[in-house]
Design a protein around this ligand. Sequence first.
Ligand code: ATP
Ligand code: ATP
Ligand code: MG
Ligand code: MG
Ligand code: MG
Ligand code: MG
Ligand code: MG
Length: 268
Amino acid sequence: RRSMACSRYEYVKSYEQDDSILPNVWIVIRIDGKKFHKFSKVHDFEKPNDENALNVMNAAAVTVMQEFRDIVLAYGQSDEYSFVFRKETTAFKRRSAKLLTYVTSLFSSSYVLRWPHWMSQPMAYAPCFDGRVVLYPSDENLRDYLSWRQADVHVNNLYNTAFWKLVLQTGLSNQQAEERLRGTFSADKNELLFQEFGINYNNMPAMYRKGTILLRKRVVTGELPDEKCRQAIVPLHEDLISAQFWKTHSEILANKYVPGTHNATEPM
Ligand code: ATP
Ligand code: ATP
Ligand code: MG
Ligand code: MG
Ligand code: MG
Ligand code: MG
Ligand code: MG
């Protein structure tokens, strides 16, 4: 390092571009598994939802939130996770590439590290994740972004649930199942699940239908109000499209971020 300083080579440093993010915007980093269609096949994920594979994703995301304290919310579904940094964060001087690469690489390495805890099959090859930074100037933009991701999980999961029932239970081929579902609306798929398989879609596990929201909460660890509180990262599987969610968890959009409180003791 010392030998580099003041050397005639040092000017190359000036070729690096300033990528610091403008002030006062929500910084969202979304990571997504590369070719997880194949990764899930190779590792025999249960279709349409492998619960333990989702648990690995959630555990990796918790590690990221533990490391980067300015993440106020994370939202995950399928092979993706979004991390929301508070608007005022000064982490890594708001340098975009630093934030993106730290989050993406820590998520990836934690995914590998946590895998054996949840999965019985050994990992056949190293998974990788792409990452992107997206900036949202208003609270409404941020809410719409998260609503977009949650609407995505709803559409996909309803389709996949119907698709895999037709394949695994009725014995249709993949192509036949696809044809059967082509052009159907949500109501049709709900009806099909109910009529043919006796399934009330709304009773399926909330983690599959809603994805996983990670929030920081002060968790009461004892029975009495004056007993110990500690901060925990709490998983929720709620509807975040509704205004009620943002009322209940009003700390997320508050200017000065202070975690809310949570009664259930289910920190991960
Ligand atoms: P930053 O997060 O800013 O990169 P850093 O501590 O990683 O901080 P670097 O300038 O990247 O700082 O330097 C890496 C440091 O890691 C070296 O100073 C050295 O102490 C240590 N290091 C890396 N590789 C080795 C190695 N193979 N053997 C011994 N030490 C090493
Ligand atoms: P790309 O590299 O473009 O992201 P991809 O194959 O990862 O390609 P995605 O749109 O990201 O495509 O979809 C992820 C796929 O991973 C899903 O279609 C699904 O098949 C599979 N998958 C991810 N998580 C699970 C899970 N928990 N259970 C079952 N399948 C899963
Ligand atoms: Mg170095
Ligand atoms: Mg993709
Ligand atoms: Mg993917
Ligand atoms: Mg995906
Ligand atoms: Mg270093």
